[in-house]
Design a protein around this ligand. Sequence first.
Ligand SMILES: [Zn+2]
Length: 95
Amino acid sequence: MPVYEYEHVFDECEIAGTTFAVVQGIGEAPLEFCPGCGLEVRRVVSQVSVQVRRSTDPEKAAARGFTTWKRSEQGVWEKLAGSGVDVILDPDKAP
Ligand SMILES: [Zn+2]
């Protein structure tokens, strides 16, 4: 599954930083809110959006300052690469 990069619209958060990346399916709707802090985020237009067949490597994203999280279960995001916290728990959705 491809990695999509996001940035916080107004502010950064201590959990995900200003920019972060998540692993999502092609058909999945873009995130509107940060899983870490709940603030508004927008998807960064990158080569992922332009070249659908090529997905961003989490390690390459980390080299460009992005941290990548993957949703492992409902409300739980585990870090794949980059700086930042290892796990994000969404208090509204985590079991
Ligand atoms: Zn955040």
